[in-house]
Design a protein around this ligand. Structure first.
Ligand SMILES: [Zn+2]
Length: 75
């Protein structure tokens, strides 16, 4: 059995991945093996949430502006 076919249990996916796709992370509770895919997905999830937050702020601003226009129209 070659080293290339070695697999490690991914605590994120609860399955085994090839060792080449794994990274050892040190957490508060100890060392955890996670696959690069799950690490990237977490990063993207964070970025997506931040983008969503910015979008919501813009939507709220736009809504406030349209409400202000309505109020002005009634005056
Ligand atoms: Zn995984």
């Amino acid at each position: 059995m070659s080293v290339d076919s070695e697999t490690i249990f991914c605590y994120h996916c609860r399955t085994h991945h090839p060792k080449a796709e794994m990274r050892l992370l040190v957490t508060k509770t100890g060392k955890r093996w996670r696959c690069l895919r799950s690490i990237e997905a977490t990063k993207q999830g964070k970025a997506a949430r931040e983008a969503y937050g910015r979008e919501m702020t813009e939507t709220n601003k736009a809504e406030a502006r349209s409400k202000a226009r309505l109020l002005n129209a009634h005056q």
